[in-house]
Design a protein around this ligand. Structure first.
Ligand SMILES: [Zn+2]
Length: 493
């Protein structure tokens, strides 16, 4: 890093300063990271900003950089995506459903029926994947005794199954993907009735397991944790335990994704959408202190939490071209009246989001298995769509691989507000992982996704001829092979 080296952007103003900035920045970048052509963004058809034809933002404000395009999938990612196997996913979901019930309060010792048998089977499968990892993947079944609490009437052992693939160069940086292997019937305290939980959430467990299987033979730069957690239906107990453990070990968890109810493409009205998956991303971080929240609100940062940056990142790496799926961002913590394991990670201060199928059929979740007036109720495997779950697995794989291969997010990203100016000066520190350079991304404040990107080189400070008053800015790191980190929203300093 050349902290003291002035970038071209810091040279005194000249008549054609803005035009020079672009080429200077591109030259400074010296990166094989795409068309750093330095041209000013044009309101050309096809660029993100043109899609809505919203007169309040279209083509305005003008500024440096080029239109932001989705990241290209590297050859290794394309290869691993081809290994996602819908038949194996089907076998996993059917096996999990065959344990009868996986209720958190069900038997932990019966070898055939109950959550204990499911736990042991998942661990055995994961150990099989780990055996092919050359020692890089380890499987553990951490547990604790949950004392009586909401929906837990007696002391209950909560066990997670955790496969951890150690990062090859940046092991302290961690990404988590999980599904919950507990299930429920109509009555959340009923631990004896059948609760096949195929969609909710054997589907999510199958995604985490399929990714563990495929990635076990790979060497991501950062660590990936593939987890099947318990206690979700009783109150997110397993996920909270996993988040707590990671926090206590000092892990730098930069993203967590729960896949929960990702099994079906068919809505309750029969409509099928086999190519959409929703991603729920919260707004204001729930753990941010009052002072930082006040600052965030005063600078229009309410749509730029770390979790919202993750959402944007997913749309850039898990595109339809790469995964066959369209990620539908929902700017909301979760669906109404519902919760999920990402919340436990958000409560621990980690960025986290939830993948869920496009439209749920409530006759097939949280329901006793029964037929009423000719309609089958219950969360049965027959209502799952194996190709659809494979698509969701590809979205997760593209996301986790792209995160783990990229550098970590830049740190202490700061926007200079010491004087009134119509340009923008940003500073930051390198995060973990190998960064070859940095990019500033920006968009009009009323737009949801990043629209423009300005390569600025391997620096830790840059000045753009762009008024911070009219746009939202972010800084992201670029790895030596072009993998970008999620962007970080700057705070004044
Ligand atoms: Zn669930």
């Amino acid at each position: 890093m050349s902290d003291t080296q002035p970038t071209p952007a810091q040279t005194p103003a000249q008549p054609s300063r803005r035009a020079l900035l672009g080429t200077g920045a591109a030259a400074a970048a010296g990166l094989a990271v795409g068309a750093a052509d330095g041209s000013r963004a044009q309101a050309a058809p096809g660029r993100p900003g043109a899609r809505g034809a919203d007169p309040s933002t279209e083509g305005w404000p003008d500024g440096p950089g080029r239109p932001l395009r989705p990241q290209r999938a590297d050859a290794e990612l394309r290869a691993l995506l081809r290994e996602v196997d819908p038949r194996r996913i089907q076998a996993t979901v059917e096996r999990l459903a065959a344990f009868g019930t996986r209720h958190t309060l069900s038997s932990q010792t019966d070898p055939q029926r109950g959550i204990g048998a499911a736990r042991d089977w998942i661990a055995e499968q994961m150990r099989g994947y780990a055996a092919r990892s050359g020692g890089r993947m380890t499987v553990s079944v951490p547990s604790y005794v949950q004392q009586p609490a909401s929906r837990i009437p007696t002391p209950t052992v909560i066990s997670n199954v955790v496969a951890r693939l150690e990062g090859s160069t940046d092991p302290g940086r961690v990404y988590v993907v999980s599904g919950h292997y507990d299930s429920r019937a109509t009555d959340v305290m009923d631990f004896t009735s059948d609760a096949p939980g195929a969609d909710d959430d054997a589907s999510g467990v199958a995604v985490a397991m399929e990714l563990a299987r495929i990635m076990a033979t790979r060497r991501p730069a950062a660590t990936i944790v593939f987890a099947a957690v318990a206690g979700e239906e009783q109150g997110l107990y397993g996920a909270a335990f996993l988040a707590r453990q990671l926090k206590e070990e000092g892990a730098d968890v930069q993203a967590m994704f729960t896949d929960d109810i990702v099994g079906s493409s068919r809505a309750d009205d029969g409509e099928v959408d086999a190519t959409s998956v929703r991603l729920f991303v919260e707004g204001l971080p729930r753990t941010e202190d009052a002072q930082r929240r006040a600052t965030r609100l005063s600078i229009g940062g309410e749509n730029d939490s770390p979790t919202r940056q993750l959402g944007r990142f997913v749309t850039e790496v898990a595109t339809r071209e790469v995964t066959g799926m369209q990620v539908r961002l929902v700017h909301r913590l979760d669906r109404y009246l519902r919760g999920g394991d990402h919340r436990a990670f958000l409560d621990a201060g980690f960025p986290a989001a939830r993948f869920t199928e496009p439209a749920e059929d409530f006759a097939h979740q949280h329901q006793d298995v029964r037929v009423v007036d000719g309609q089958q109720y219950g969360d049965l495997p027959r209502f799952c769509d194996w190709d659809y779950i494979a698509g969701v697995a590809r979205v997760n794989a593209a996301t986790l691989w792209s995160l783990a291969q990229a550098p970590g997010v830049p740190l202490d990203v700061t926007i200079d507000t010491t004087d009134l100016t119509n340009n923008t000066t940003l500073t930051w520190r390198a995060g973990t992982g190998e960064a070859a350079g940095y990019e500033v991304v920006w968009r009009p404040t009323a737009e949801p996704l990043w629209q423009h990107v300005v390569p600025v080189g391997d620096v830790s400070r840059t000045t753009l001829d762009l008024s911070k008053d009219n746009v939202v800015l972010g800084v992201r790191a670029v790895g030596p092979r072009g993998h970008r980190s999620p962007a970080v929203f700057p705070f004044p300093g």
